[in-house]
Design a protein around this ligand. Structure first.
Ligand SMILES: [Zn+2]
Length: 226
């Protein structure tokens, strides 16, 4: 393992190539561009575990950490072998995990989970917008079911969250979304959160859901319609 630092973060990694270092710095820069702020200095640990039957398909390939606990992420070699990730996919994953640190540092925001995860997928550009219609094929989870972290992670509905956050960004703007984050608390239940949502955005969560479903329908290719 080698270690290097910038003024914003310290990285522990086996890979120190220029391309790899660029991925990390791009991921940080993409979040600064979105949030228009830095976060306190933090550590990143890039792990390259051997590929085993047990870990190959694990969904847990990154964690944001919190405060002095490091952000951890599986490295490009592991991700290439197990998921056919190219380096850009690795950069997007790091961007996603860093986004959570920005959400936590500036807003202490984890709930509603559909926006916590959805925003990280949006900033991380992890699924192209024209593929979100796949959510319809698989089946829709209600937003109420994606509100609490425990229920969200049991369902693991990342693509649902990414697609809703995408639609929210087309209906509103970053400043309003950040205002909502600053007014949300982890204790909010779905009903409380829906009231805050409507106050901040001037439209309801129900109308967000309607726009979300109609976006998914309209972006669905003809051939997949039955
Ligand atoms: Zn996440």
């Amino acid at each position: 393992m080698s270690t290097w630092s910038t003024k914003n973060y310290r990285v522990e990694s086996a890979d120190t190539s220029v391309h790899f270092q660029e991925c990390i710095s791009n991921a940080y820069a993409r979040n600064v561009e979105y949030f228009e702020k830095d976060i306190p200095f933090f550590s990143i640990v890039v792990e390259e575990p051997p590929v085993t039957a047990e870990n190959a398909n694990s969904w847990l390939i990154g964690t944001p950490g919190y405060g002095s606990s490091p952000l951890t992420v599986k490295g490009p070699r592991f991700l290439e072998k197990t998921r056919k990730y190219i380096l850009k996919d690795f950069e997007n994953l790091v961007t996603h995990e860093m986004c959570h640190r920005f959400q936590l540092a500036h807003f202490d925001f984890t709930t509603p989970c559909w926006l916590y995860e959805g925003m990280a997928g949006h900033v991380g550009e992890q699924t192209p917008a024209d593929r979100y219609w796949w959510v319809l094929e698989r089946g829709i989870n209600e937003l109420a079911e994606l509100h609490r972290p425990a229920q969200f992670y049991a369902l693991g509905d990342y693509i649902g969250a990414f697609s809703i956050a995408y639609v929210l960004h087309t209906l509103s703007d970053k400043k309003t979304i950040m205002k909502f984050m600053s007014q949300s608390t982890r204790a909010d239940d779905f009903e409380e959160s829906s009231k805050t949502f409507e106050n901040v955005f001037s439209f309801s969560i129900d109308s967000l859901c309607e726009r979300w479903l109609s976006y998914l329908e309209s972006s669905r290719p003809e051939r997949s319609k039955t």
